[in-house]
Write a protein that binds this ligand. Structure first.
Ligand code: SR1
Ligand code: MG
Length: 405
């Protein structure tokens, strides 16, 4: 009897990555000598290799989790289980929106590896937006993604036993702890993970001493910790979305877990908002700037509209909830999701400005005084959203507020 021993975890390199992909028969055997491997990871946490046949140009991606957070180094250990969560979440999402996620070809939880579709013909949305590009399908695609992944993972659709099984499968305590700390805690206290220029100190101290604001943040944080409503992507910022003119792909769901329904859309809206502020510095030509900014606001509006329409349709056609026909039940859910999303978005705007992981949209503003000006605006806007979340009753109220910031 031969006993197959699973390979022990080792970080891959540009040579050993070939041992993972050869048995998959993705490339034909004649082309194995022509494979070109490049490590292209530029995120905070993982290794990402692109393997390409230099003759046919056919390519795939091998993503491997490291046992620590790359952004900080080995002093910050991090579970490898996030690779399993990521590939499971991609497969789960593909059940309802296969056209909006990369295809998974293979995964190995021991090596913490996911082998998936190469999307090099797309660009990262954050980069595309900073360059002043616009994407006509973005709103419809993200609204469709958010509504489908929410509905099909929720108690409105699943049998309670299946739902609770999934909550267990997507339990992701270490990655959630990163969000609990970096989004909902550290930026609101004088914590050593925070990072901001001295010139922002008085604006930051205003946040730290604002009891009304802190009370709201505490409540949002508690929601994030306790409300297992839907399977979230968990980190849906503009660096987790690949785009081109005719395609949108949501990548990187390693933070996936069951959480409050407004969280993903909030992060998407917050990152569009930060880009909107930064366009004032990045896009010099006024007509172009105005058109990019109005694209960003229309994207927020249309995403929410698509989300509510799609969710409502799914609810009417497929919900197993006993209160499906009771007037106001769906409306209450959507309203609560919307208002909480405004609060979550405020937290994301603040943490991306003064916390550990910033956004390049604001950080790359070349002129220091202009960078500080828009960072102050971001802090004011974030605080306003958190404190006034329950006053928002329509998406245009939000976009008007961002326009006027
Ligand atoms: C240490 S990880 C920092 C941030 O990067 C990820 O993309 C998440 O947004 C996390 O908060
Ligand atoms: Mg990521």
């Amino acid at each position: 009897m031969t006993v197959k021993v699973k390979p022990a975890y080792e970080p891959l390199n540009e040579l050993t990555v070939l041992d993972v992909i050869k048995p998959l028969n993705f490339f034909n055997s004649a082309s194995l000598n022509n494979l070109v491997v490049q490590e292209i990871g530029d995120g905070n946490l993982n290794l990402v290799f692109r393997v390409q046949d230099s003759d046919s140009q056919k390519a795939l991606i091998v993503k491997q989790a490291l046992p620590y957070a790359k952004v900080v180094g080995e002093s910050w250990p991090l579970t490898l289980d996030r690779a399993r969560i990521e590939s499971d979440a991609l497969l789960q999402e593909a059940e309802s929106v296969p056209h909006l996620v990369p295809k998974v070809y293979y995964s190995d939880s021991h090596l913490a590896v996911t082998v998936m579709e190469d999307l090099s013909d797309h660009v990262i949305l954050r980069k595309g937006l900073i360059e002043g590009n616009t994407y006509p399908l973005l709103a419809k695609d993200i609204g469709t993604f958010a509504a489908n992944t929410a509905f099909y993972s929720s108690d409105f659709y699943l049998h309670p036993f299946d739902k609770k099984e999934k909550v267990k499968r997507f339990s992701n305590p270490e990655l959630c702890k990163i969000t609990e700390d970096l989004v909902f805690t550290d930026p609101f206290f004088d914590h050593d993970t925070n990072e901001f220029p001295a010139e922002l100190k008085s604006s930051v101290e205003k946040i730290w001493s604002d009891q009304e604001l802190l009370r709201e943040v505490a409540q949002l944080r508690f929601s994030f910790l306790t409300r297992a409503e839907i399977l979230l992507h968990g980190d849906l910022h503009t660096g987790s979305i690949f785009v081109k003119e005719d395609s949108t792909k949501v990548i990187d769901p390693e933070f996936a877990f069951y959480g409050p329904a407004g969280f993903d859309l909030a992060h998407f809206f917050a990152n569009l908002t930060l880009n909107h502020l930064s366009q004032n510095a990045h896009t010099k030509e006024p007509f172009h700037r105005e058109s990019v900014q109005s694209f960003l606001l229309q994207t927020i509006e249309k995403t929410w509209e698509t989300y509510t329409n799609t969710f409502t349709e799914l609810w009417r056609e497929k919900s197993s909830d006993p209160f499906v026909k009771t007037e106001g039940v769906l409306e209450n859910f959507l309203q609560h999701t919307f208002q909480e999303a405004i609060g979550f978005a405020g937290c994301e705007v603040i943490r991306r400005t003064i916390g550990l992981a910033h956004v390049v949209d604001l950080d790359s503003i070349e002129q220091k005084d202009i960078e500080l000006f828009y960072k102050k605006k971001a802090l004011e806007l974030g605080s306003y959203l958190i404190k006034n979340q329950r006053k928002f009753t329509s998406i245009t109220q939000l976009t008007n507020w961002i326009r006027g910031a």
